[in-house]
Design a protein around this ligand. Structure first.
Ligand SMILES: Cc1cc2nc3c(=O)[nH]c(=O)nc-3n(C[C@H](O)[C@H](O)[C@H](O)COP(=O)(O)OP(=O)(O)OC[C@H]3O[C@@H](n4cnc5c(N)ncnc54)[C@H](O)[C@@H]3O)c2cc1C
Length: 381
């Protein structure tokens, strides 16, 4: 029997495994093929923009982690070009991001976790369900290569399995944790993300990443990020809307501004995104089950950045699990308080970013923007 079974080897799960694997027998499970040589193979991919914001950089530093060069993508970016189709304007703002290869990043964090004596990793393994028994948790898994269904047991189960978390879903069903949402609290708003990678001609200079605002595409935002010889175009569209249609509109608008998106994409991926409410979208677990990272609802509601929350919550959970059994949930909830406040503050920023009538005056004021010598695309002012 394992001390801890962690579902999901993203930044949350691998941070937790690394922090706790010295003293405990830990199994880190993931449905992905973590050794696939092709980064964009569906089984290996994580649909993500792959930008580390300053909070994520700080979270890595707190963990004593520096990144090897092989994880960095070309070019490194120091600015965001905000393209506002609603107000027909654009501005450039300073943003100190680190541009990474997300698959290589996840694998590096897993490698670090595997160096701990108690950690074993099981890949291509889909967790299908679990049940809490009196003194342990029994987990049903599907080993994908063999098609075999097996059962594993652990004293504690951790759902670090991202936005579409099966662990969170089952917990909510079984313990009737409220899922209905009001404007401020309750269930997060659901989005469907789509990302496409296009060949990026060497001659096309893009010394920034772009954030695109267009109410006809989404009430959230879209993004373009140069990644070596590729250009990544992504968007998050409210669940239930026609994703293909809205994505086509976005692409056509950007082609109109001169971006090289006319050829067929090299690769496409999708993911669910849960945008938290200012209060009450975070679920930390129950009894022998804990949640961390995006599975717990920890992701920025204003920018969908979640890597810093994942790393920090994984580390907080490791500290809480080191406490006597009775005080663990309390200790973890206390540690998450600061993150919940952070989510609340980020939510307050959202109206200015996402309501065209509020964003327009900010653009007009040029507050905090960088004066660039180069062009304005396609006639935007
Ligand atoms: C389109 C998009 C772009 C984003 N861009 C950025 C960005 O640029 N910067 C940023 O900071 N954040 C970004 N985010 C958010 C960020 O990707 C997540 O918040 C972060 O990855 C969360 O880490 P995690 O470890 O909690 O979960 P994840 O990284 O999602 O890891 C969950 C893991 O669980 C595994 N898993 C899931 N279900 C099962 C199961 N049933 N059985 C076994 N394994 C399972 C998955 O394979 C995955 O490896 C983006 C999100 C999306 C959707």
């Amino acid at each position: 029997m394992y001390d801890l079974i962690i579902v999901g080897a993203g930044p949350a799960g691998s941070t937790l495994a690394r922090r706790i694997g010295n003293h405990h027998k830990v199994l880190l499970l993931d449905k992905r093929d973590l050794h696939s040589p092709v980064h964009f193979a569906g089984a290996a991919e994580k649909c993500c923009g792959g930008l580390l914001n300053p909070e994520a950089q700080d979270a890595l530093t707190e963990q004593g982690i520096a990144l090897p060069k092989r994880i960095l993508e070309d070019p490194q970016l120091f600015a965001v070009r905000a393209i506002d189709f609603d107000n027909h304007m654009e501005r450039v703002y300073p943003k100190r991001y680190v541009n990474i290869d997300r698959v290589a990043f996840d694998r590096y964090l897993i490698e670090l976790a595997e160096q701990e004596p108690g950690v074993s990793v099981m890949e291509q393994t889909l967790v299908q369900d679990f049940e809490q028994l009196e003194d342990r948790v029994r987990v049903r898994i599907l080993h994908k290569p063999s098609g075999e269904v097996r059962y594993l047991e652990g004293k504690i189960l951790v759902g670090a399995d991202g936005a579409a978390s099966i662990v969170r879903k089952r917990l909510q069903e079984r313990y009737l944790i409220p899922v209905s949402g009001s404007l401020l609290s309750g269930a997060p708003r659901e989005y469907t993300c789509l990302q496409e990678h296009y060949a990026l001609p060497e001659s096309f200079s893009m010394p920034y990443h772009a954030a695109i605002f267009d109410q006809y595409v989404t009430d959230f935002y879209s993004w373009m990020i140069p990644k070596g010889d590729r250009l990544l175009l992504g968007t998050a569209i409210p669940a239930g809307e026609n994703v293909r249609l809205r994505f086509s509109k976005l692409r056509a608008e950007l082609i109109g501004l001169g971006y090289p998106l006319t050829e067929a994409p090299i690769y496409r991926s999708g993911a669910k995104l849960l945008r938290p409410r200012p209060m009450g979208s975070v679920v930390s677990g129950k009894d022998r089950v804990f949640l961390c990272g995006e599975a717990a609802g920890l992701i920025s509601p204003s920018s969908a950045e979640g890597i810093s929350f994942a790393i920090r919550s994984g580390a907080y959970l490791a500290e809480a699990l080191a406490k006597p059994e009775k005080g663990r949930h309390k200790a973890y909830d206390k540690a998450l308080c600061k993150m919940k406040i952070d989510l609340c503050i980020k939510s307050m920023k959202s109206p200015v970013m996402y309501r065209p009538e509020l964003r327009g005056p900010v653009f007009v004021s040029r507050l905090l923007s960088i004066k660039t010598k180069d062009v304005h695309y396609g006639g935007l002012s």
